[in-house]
Write a protein that binds this ligand. Structure first.
Ligand code: G3P
Length: 223
């Protein structure tokens, strides 16, 4: 399973990249705003800065909601860097644009997906990635991971090439569960990725190995 980081923070992207397990980045307008990135020029420059850190897909979201606007914006974003993936909302005009981009060979990520039917439409329109928001479903007492499983089954039934990108991940168990049900990608906050490293038995075990090594080394020096 690929790991993407879901942030617009260059510091966090660098930190995740240094871990050696990062495959790509997703952003959205809220994440850009959180970093204080505003204004067309600043936003475009920020995407290029991200592409210069990570050698993998970088999702850049359109703001337009009409077909012509989505296409205009998406083509501009795609021209910034070969790794840019145009993030398009799951609305009628968005699905039309997904088909347009697919015919032109422009990579896309269909965002704000909350049902299997929406994921089916995105795949039929040729989306490169589909982003079901599992955390936001869990927030309203609906099983987000179950949706990933459902989409996996549907895509496998018909051989759709659209990658299932589990989004809105909140904690490490979401990552594990998504891996179990066959998500192609998990886009995560840095905290969820880092939490995967930790196990108390690893910490205790390493302390013991190092202590034993130091003891043996001390004996060797005395002898
Ligand atoms: O980037 C889309 C998605 O991952 C948002 O997550 O935490 O705002 O529900 P969240």
């Amino acid at each position: 399973m690929k790991f993407f980081i879901d942030t617009a923070s260059l510091a966090q992207i660098k930190e995740a990249q240094d871990l050696g397990v990062l495959d790509g980045v997703t952003t959205n307008p809220s994440l850009m705003a959180k970093e204080g990135i505003s204004g067309a020029e600043a936003v475009l420059k920020h995407y290029v800065d991200i592409c210069n850190i990570v050698d993998g897909p970088v999702s850049a979201e359109v703001i337009s909601t009409d077909f012509e606007g989505i296409v205009r914006e998406g083509e501009h974003l795609a021209g910034l860097h070969p790794n840019i993936v145009v993030k398009v909302p799951m609305i009628r005009e968005g699905v039309k644009a997904l088909k347009y981009f697919s015919n032109k060979g422009i990579k896309t990520n269909c965002t704000l997906v909350f049902s299997a039917g929406q994921a089916l439409l995105a795949a039929k329109a040729g989306a490169s990635f589909v982003s079901p928001f599992i955390g936001r479903l869990d927030d309203v007492s609906t099983d987000g991971v179950q949706l990933i499983e459902q989409i996996r089954t549907i895509y496998d039934n018909y051989g759709y090439g659209t990658e299932v990108l589990a989004a809105s991940i909140r904690h490490p168990m979401h990552i594990i569960q998504c891996a179990e049900v066959g998500a192609d990608v998990a886009t995560c906050p840095l905290s969820a990725i880092v939490a995967l490293f930790d196990h108390p038995l690893t910490t205790i075990g390493l302390q013991k190995f190092l202590a034993d090594h130091a003891k043996a080394a001390g004996r060797a020096v005395k002898a």
